[in-house]
Design a binder for this molecule. Structure first.
Ligand SMILES: NC(=O)c1ccc[n+]([C@@H]2O[C@H](COP(=O)([O-])OP(=O)(O)OC[C@H]3O[C@@H](n4cnc5c(N)ncnc54)[C@H](O)[C@@H]3O)[C@@H](O)[C@H]2O)c1
Length: 142
């Protein structure tokens, strides 16, 4: 019990504002729960509005934190600019970023070509889009 208390103190994120991109995804939703359990107010960023909103409700109910979902395409420069302005004005300070959003088979369910499979069948369009979202735009976020 003593040890557990020490660990939760060490990882205490109470009142910290953390941006988490790709929050509605497989790993993202797990990160959201872990961060919320540690007390963080998670700023949930995803293009999947429905699942992100559901996650927001679950987190608030379970952890009583100020989780908030936002629909944002991280590859859209104008949307990111607008989001940054809104977030800084609302939260004043951002304590952390989990840069997790990714163009994957599942995440891109609706738009990815069916060939998002074996490397040798990957179309150039899919390759370029995944490099853009999964690499370039992640760097821009920092
Ligand atoms: N799942 C695994 O086992 C695993 C293992 C190792 C690494 N990873 C990596 O971790 C990351 C997340 O993986 P995952 O399995 O949770 O993927 P996922 O597809 O379940 O989640 C990705 C999320 O990103 C969102 N997203 C996609 N494009 C976006 C955009 N332009 N703007 C905002 N949000 C966007 C999707 O809607 C989705 O909710 C990926 O980079 C993946 O390669 C995953």
């Amino acid at each position: 019990m003593m040890k557990q208390n020490k660990i939760s103190k060490l990882f205490d994120l109470t009142g910290r504002n953390i941006i988490l991109t790709g929050s509605a995804g497989l790993l993202g939703s797990q990160y959201a729960h872990t961060l919320s359990e540690a007390g963080a107010n998670v700023i949930l960023v995803d293009i999947n509005e429905k699942e992100n909103k559901n996650l927001e409700k679950k987190l608030i109910r379970k952890y009583k934190t100020k989780a908030k979902s936002y629909v944002l395409d991280i590859s859209n420069k104008n949307q990111v600019k607008k989001f940054k302005k809104e977030i800084l004005s609302k939260y004043k300070i951002i304590h952390g970023l989990v840069n997790n959003a990714a163009y994957t088979t599942k995440g891109a369910r609706s738009s990815a070509p069916k060939t998002f499979g074996p490397f040798e069948t990957l179309s150039l369009e899919t390759w370029l889009k995944s490099i853009d979202i999964n690499l370039t735009k992640k760097r821009c976020y920092c």
